[in-house]
Write a protein that binds this ligand. Structure first.
Ligand SMILES: *[C@@H]1O[C@H](CO)[C@@H](O)[C@H](O)[C@H]1NC(C)=O
Ligand SMILES: *[C@@H]1O[C@H](CO)[C@@H](O)[C@H](O)[C@H]1NC(C)=O
Length: 466
């Protein structure tokens, strides 16, 4: 009996050591903007057909007439900076330290030493399955449409192009029978002003992008109390002195843990952290992106107005086309689906411009403990493959609500829009229901849509005119 129990205890012990070294990977979904989409938005692929095609509000029955998606590229390889930094960190840890953690002393840097930030295979499949689900959920909108009813726009980066192609592959797979497929017709348009404005807008580049003071809260947190606590814990695990690793090193290790876990399924670097550490490092990432891509600085979201106005002008055109259609054969259509592929620097400012995820308290170096319920949690809202979708609906009264004496009367359709972020319905700020009158949303964004002056907004010294 006792022997059996002892063996049992031994097995348990071995198992728990085994699992302890396996668990701290994707089980912690706190990789900020380096989180793969599937980790935070696992999707159920069943019963999607036309799920979003019809809707109703009050007495009105609605069907989708247009949709617009802006997606971030999928999971990609790390940039050269981080690839080199992790090799340096590995190099400065001595054998003793490396042997303290399983697999760390035999670790070889698996990442390409170039700065392509190419889309990983996981990134391709993220976008391909997003394309499939998009086609399924609005099947009746897209079916039988000509390929030129769809507009693909991308940034000039290869990973944005590759993401759009993966999306297209998934999209077309679902609609294959229905859409007149001709691969030569798939030619995405490169539009950096809409999707990489953060590299073109001088005022953003100078006052935020290249300005360390604008990121002060981030650097303060990186060298501040909570991160110092992580350094202490990690040093203890490695048996090194507390001045061996810096806060910046800790962040690099955290990023590489995420990249390796995403791309190869596991990483020895992850074993250096526990869940509490991960939450702090996630917050560090959130603080960075709050100032770089969120509400931290006004220019960050103001520079997105060309994208906001493009999205709404395309909807204006759709509505105008619908209202003037007379059903004749050679009538020009309108854009049924607009699919845009960019970056965290595209989607973050767009969220903010629409009023989304703006916490009442700014994210700062000193308020980690108070911000546990923050809206601006990038692991959730801005992972690889993050996406925002607007669906435009045409709504009309149901038959039974029509006055029978009024049978011949024209019922001008009303237009509504619905917002989805990462494929989940999200209330548009200022609206009371998920389905919100188009005119109301357009009115609240009027300034950005109708008075967007990118050159003026992005001028470094606006008072120097004349
Ligand atoms: C850098 O950022 C700080 C803080 O936001 C700001 O006060 C300063 O004007 C910025 N510098 C430039 C060159 O824009
Ligand atoms: C974000 O919220 C703050 C505080 O409520 C507010 O002052 C600011 O105007 C908001 N920013 C945007 C871009 O909506």
């Amino acid at each position: 009996m006792a022997a059996t129990r002892r063996v049992g205890a031994l097995v348990m012990c071995i198992l728990s050591v085994f699992f302890a070294s396996l668990v701290p990977l994707s089980a912690f979904k706190y990789f900020s903007t380096k989180t793969p989409y599937v980790w935070v938005h696992p999707s159920d692929d069943k019963d999607l057909e036309d799920k979003w095609f019809n809707d109703k509000i009050g007495d009105l029955m609605c069907s989708a007439v247009h949709t617009s998606i802006v997606a971030r590229h999928g999971t990609r390889f790390p940039g050269q900076d981080d690839v080199q930094k992790i090799s340096e960190i590995h190099g400065k840890l001595d054998q003793e330290a490396l042997k303290a953690v399983p697999d760390l002393h035999t670790w070889k840097n698996p990442f390409p030493d170039n700065d392509q930030k190419s889309l990983a295979e996981l990134g391709e499949s993220e976008l391909e399955s997003l394309g499939k689900r998009t086609a399924q959920r609005l099947f009746s909108l897209f079916a039988e449409e000509d390929i030129d009813s769809f507009r693909y726009i991308i940034s000039s980066k290869e990973r944005a192009r590759d993401s759009s192609k993966s999306f297209y592959d998934g999209f077309i797979k679902v609609l294959q029978e229905e859409v007149d497929e001709d691969d030569d017709d798939y030619e995405p348009e490169v539009m950096d002003k809409l999707l990489r404005f953060h590299t073109i807008c001088d005022k953003y580049v100078k006052s935020v992008g290249e300005n360390k003071t604008a990121m002060k809260e981030y650097y303060d947190l990186e060298s501040g109390g909570p991160v110092t606590e992580i350094i202490k814990k990690v040093s203890k695990k490695l048996g090194t002195t507390e001045d061996t690793l810096t806060g910046a090193n800790i962040r690099t290790i955290y990023l590489m843990c995420g990249y390796e876990a995403a791309i190869f399924g596991s990483s020895p670097w992850c074993q250096l952290f526990d869940e509490e550490d991960m939450k702090i490092l996630e917050y560090l990432g959130d603080v960075k992106h709050y100032y770089k891509n969120g509400a931290g600085h006004d220019i960050t979201w103001k520079q997105a107005c060309p994208l906001v106005s493009d999205i709404f002008y395309t909807m204006d055109d759709a509505i105008e086309a619908l209202e003037t259609m007379d059903g004749s054969e050679d009538e020009d259509g309108y854009i049924i689906g607009q699919f845009a592929f960019g970056h965290a620097e595209t989607l973050g400012p767009l969220f903010t411009a629409l009023g989304l995820y703006n916490d009442s308290q700014p994210l700062r170096a000193d308020n980690f403990n108070k911000m546990g319920e923050r809206k601006f949690r990038t692991s959730k809202i801005l992972p690889f493959g993050a996406n925002l979708q607007l669906i435009l609906y045409e709504c009309e009264p149901q038959e039974q609500y029509l006055n029978p004496d009024d049978e011949e009367a024209e019922h001008a359709p009303e237009y509504y829009i619905k917002l989805l972020v990462n494929e989940k319905p999200e209330m548009i700020p200022g609206c009371e229901e998920l389905l919100c009158p188009f005119s109301k949303v357009r009115e609240s964004l009027k300034e950005q849509i109708d008075n967007c002056n990118f050159i003026k907004t992005c001028k470094l010294h606006p008072h120097d005119e004349l």
